[in-house]
Design a protein around this ligand. Structure first.
Ligand code: BES
Ligand code: MN
Ligand code: ZN
Length: 496
């Protein structure tokens, strides 16, 4: 896993500012007030910060904006990052500021003069998240920004370093989970096969997560005909991975997280066009988020019962591949007429959702999937689509998403949409036509959810990976959902 930059907390000692190598960050309020750290930088630079606040451009700065002073005279640092932040900045502004610092940091060491921040945790997590770089496949001389020197640490200088560190620790554990998700999503499909994915999931055992890998013979015995049909054209064997973290109230029903793990989606016999097909390495994004959340919960030792189940398959055309027109039988027993082999994610999820309910009787269930291109048409890359059979659970999730700055928006469901899935020859078809494509996909899943299981489906097709950078991530995998789901657990499923 890509390692987050090392973070250390230390007692305020402004005598160290002049000699600090790399970058130094100081804070200034929108009305130009400086704390002791900023005043020290101002003094060392012979009033550069004061001059900046007097310049006309400063009035246009927004909370969280950063102005960089390069190669400041009077200091050893290569740059000073001056962060414009009000005294009682909210989480969103702290994240924005942290992200700007994390992006500017690159591989340089960064000293944050965090004296005026009451709670640096949010800013620190954001800096760490934005400093992510997926460079495992760059050899030293190949890329323009390839550089295999280890990144310098992030040092937070503040009043009560022990307290600040304790408060930041859970957020840093969650950042590790986000990095795991991003690595999985960024990884190409020749590396991240179903077998390699399962191996990486087994890595969670080191944190105390119980992991089981169900192989094809076991899936056949369980009757997972829908999931197995999708994977049958591939040389990579289909698998279901089960992760269990049970450190909540004894015997309390768990929260179940289910993920679509299509390691590559060619579309199968209903082959996708060539343009952008390479993006389908991210079609395991749902499974990536589930794995990242399990890592986060274990790394921060959450007192909760959570199980994660992911269906790992590859959707390939071949002589053995399933075809349009095939009728497959799901574990539930319902039959599905396959109209389009590219609508494969729902077939995978149908069996994993059913298995999760049969085996764990979860208190609630959340599935995540890069399920439909239509989701990107509807909400773009800003927000994931949420679909639910339970308003309370959905509200709780949307709040967790909002609190962590991860956008989500609820879309409707209903019988009229479900009707579109009627088949002439089987219990249902796997596509409902062009209209409301994301909703009919959700309706398909709903057929595999029992009425007494509160459930949300998150279609993350637009947010799992983006072609431009986001606040907290460079271009590529975002890790969307790890922080929101971690927060959902913290707010609603933890004891004590
Ligand atoms: N993995 C795709 C959805 C997708 C598209 C995710 C673009 C991310 C970016 C999914 O398996 C798929 O192919 N869906 C089809 C469904 C259709 C055949 C009903 C789609 O959206 O076109
Ligand atoms: Mn597909
Ligand atoms: Zn897919």
């Amino acid at each position: 896993m890509t390692q987050p930059v090392a973070v250390q907390f230390t007692e305020t000692d402004l005598a160290r500012v002049a000699e600090a190598e790399g970058r130094v960050a100081a804070f200034i309020t929108p009305d130009g007030k400086m704390d002791a750290g900023a005043r020290r930088v101002n003094k060392l630079t012979k009033g550069a910060l004061a001059r900046m606040t007097e310049a006309p451009g400063f009035a246009r700065k927004k909370p969280g904006d950063v102005v960089t002073l390069a190669w400041p005279a009077g200091m050893a640092a290569e740059a000073v990052d001056i962060v414009c932040l009000p005294r009682n900045a909210g989480a969103e502004d702290l994240r924005k500021a942290g992200a700007a610092l994390g992006k500017a940091k690159g591989k340089a060491p960064l000293l944050v003069l965090a004296g005026p921040l009451r709670k640096p945790a949010e800013l620190v997590q954001a800096a760490v998240l934005r400093a992510y770089e997926f460079d495992v496949h760059k050899t030293r001389d190949a890329g323009d920004d390839a550089d295999d020197t280890a990144p310098g640490p992030l040092t937070v200088m503040c009043g009560k370093p022990d307290e600040a560190e304790a408060a930041a620790r859970p957020g840093l554990a969650v950042a590790e989970g986000v990095f795991l998700t991003r690595d999985l999503v960024n990884e190409p499909a020749n590396v991240l096969t179903t077998t390699e994915f399962a191996r990486r999931i087994q890595g969670l055992e080191a944190l105390g997560v119980e992991v089981e890998i169900l192989e094809e013979d076991a899936l056949e015995k369980l009757g997972m005909g829908a999931l197995l049909a999708v994977g049958q054209g591939s040389d990579s064997p289909s698998k279901v991975a089960v992760m269990q973290w049970r450190h909540g109230e004894k015997d309390a029903a768990p929260l179940a997280l289910i993920g679509k793990g299509v390691v590559f989606d060619t579309g199968g016999i209903s082959l996708k066009p060539a343009a952008s097909m390479e993006e389908m390495t991210m079609d395991m994004g749902g499974a990536g988020v589930v794995t990242g959340v399990m890592h986060a919960l274990a790394a921060r030792k959450a007192r909760a019962n959570v199980v994660g189940l992911v269906g790992l398959v590859e959707n390939m055309p071949s002589a053995r591949a399933y075809r349009p027109g095939d009728v497959v039988t799901s574990m539930k027993g319902d039959t599905v007429e396959v109209i389009n082999t590219d609508a494969e994610g729902r077939l995978v999820l149908a069996d994993v959702l059913w298995y999760a309910q049969q085996r764990f009787k979860p208190a609630a269930m959340v599935d995540l999937a890069t399920l439909t291109g239509a989701m990107i048409i509807a909400l773009g890359h800003e927000k994931a689509g949420a679909f639910a059979n339970d308003d309370g659970l959905c509200r709780a999730f949307l709040k967790a998403a909002d609190d962590t700055g991860e956008g989500a928006w609820q879309l409707p469901m209903g019988d009229a949409y479900d009707e579109l899935l009627k088949s002439q020859i089987a219990d249902m078809k796997n596509v409902g036509g062009r209209s409301a494509g994301s909703i009919t996909a959700a309706q398909f899943l709903a057929r595999f959810v029992t009425d007494d299981t509160p459930w949300i489906h998150l279609d993350i097709a637009g947010v799992a990976r983006t072609g431009t950078e986001t606040t907290l991530a460079p271009k590529g995998a975002t890790g969307w959902g790890v922080r929101a789901l971690d927060r959902l657990v913290a707010d609603g499923y933890e004891t004590g």
